[in-house]
Design a protein around this ligand. Sequence first.
Ligand code: GLU
Length: 556
Amino acid sequence: MATNKELADLIFPDIKETVKDLEKRFPPRKLKPGAEVTRFAPSPTGFLHTGSLFTALIAYKFARQTDGIYFFRLEDTDQKREIKGTGLDLVNQLANFDIISSEGYFGDYEKGEYGPYTQSKRADIYKIVIKELIKKGRAYPCFCTKEDLEQLRLVQEANKVIPGYYGEYAKCRHYSVDEAIELIKSGKPYVIRFKSKGNHLNHIRVHDEIRGDMDLSQNDQDIVILKSDGLPTYHFAHLVDDHFMGTTLVTRGEEWISSLPIHIELFESMGFKPPKYAHLPVIMVNDKETGNKRKLSKRKDKEAAVSFFLEEGYPKLGIIEYLYTIANSNFEAWLMENPNTSLDEFKLDFNKFSLDGALFDLPKLAFISKEVLSHLNKDEFTAQCLAWAKQYSPETTKFIENDIDRFKKIINIEREQEKPRKDYEKFSDVLPKIRFFDKDAYDQALNQPLPYNEFISKEVIKALLIEYRDHLNLDCDEQTWFNDMKALGKKHGFADDRKVYKKDPQSYNGWYADCIAIIRVTICASTNAPKLYDVLQILGKEEIIRRVNLALSKIQ
Ligand code: GLU
């Protein structure tokens, strides 16, 4: 009777190294107590999903706040789903958010002593471990074809039993070693399956850093661990990689909770200590049609792709702060109390994670982003806006580069003060709001009627504008300018007090804010513009007079 060792040698004749050798090759990391080794382990199957950015951020943060190590591993064992080049894209997109690993996969190169960090380059490492499992009788070759498995599924469906390859249904686990050897020698193709000792009627208690202890059914599935292409499945690769890379804390999506019993059994079968697990809540949205909560979907939601936020020019810090609000319920309060403190000072805490799917809330992100953008000084704002524009908006680039000092003056209106104005949510908002400063843009806007208050007669507007133009005075401080405007309004039938106007509206054309609005519309071609006094100072006398004349010529 042949032994498991003979079977293992037949399957892997070239694998000479053992698990012991691997333990020597990848010795335990020297870390200070409490330091966590975390990782982000995406598959190169497309763009960076917002949920993946969240996962990466959490992994990065836990390593950072414990003085541990965060590394990037590329999980490319499903080569059919791989989209070439996306691995490097993921690294680069994360780097945008300063999520930069200290070791791992970096696209064209790798760094670190625990590599390779690309799963497709680790085939031999997996085989060493699988060889050991076969020797121990905890893995076996399975010769079932697709048709066999389909047949099995039908039988299980008809018998209303749990589907899968396990127990009595796991045909190939019942072959003797001799039979298996014979089938291999006959050239029959096979995969390698794990031989489970579990029973799904038994329960196991597993700890999750976020959810606490969970009672789950024991694994009894003989899952495939090595596919016919010589690469492992996720479950097995994760066991080997996280063990030999010294991961102490696995942060991954909650869709993996149901696989946890498999992972726990795999770790046990090898005598490896499992890492701590934190299964992160999935990011949800309110479906516009049904009103129900559902997963953020690549197909339906623009917010599912991180590139959407980058293209729109949301500030990166705003996005990170927003993701922290999703992660920890106390983050917002912390931020309010510590507005000028580095986010490094905030300590993420698994106990403060919400368990329900976190709801992605664009208005909330907008609120946070406005806050972040309003607190940049003019130089920081300009640098970030220009960097964004160079990548995504040639028009904005042109506007800025045309006269960068003027741009700084424009975006500095009501900035760099104690309570800065929150004008911009994202950099793509900038140009539409300030384009009117350009002569050509203003002239073009005049192709449409100017949006004056329709309750004020054209005659009143004209008379007001003529007087404004003829007595234009910019060499004054804001208060004087404001008083001048009030006086001008009063002369043309605008009350200098709101209450006075409200009491007797019939006797007035409006109040002084209506008078200022007429000037604003004339100069900015919009009812909504940055503070008028500053706008006028930037435009200068000549351009203001030109605009008033143009506007007058259009008012019929
Ligand atoms: N490649 C897996 C995924 O993208 C990784 C899960 C994990 O972090 O272990 O979901």
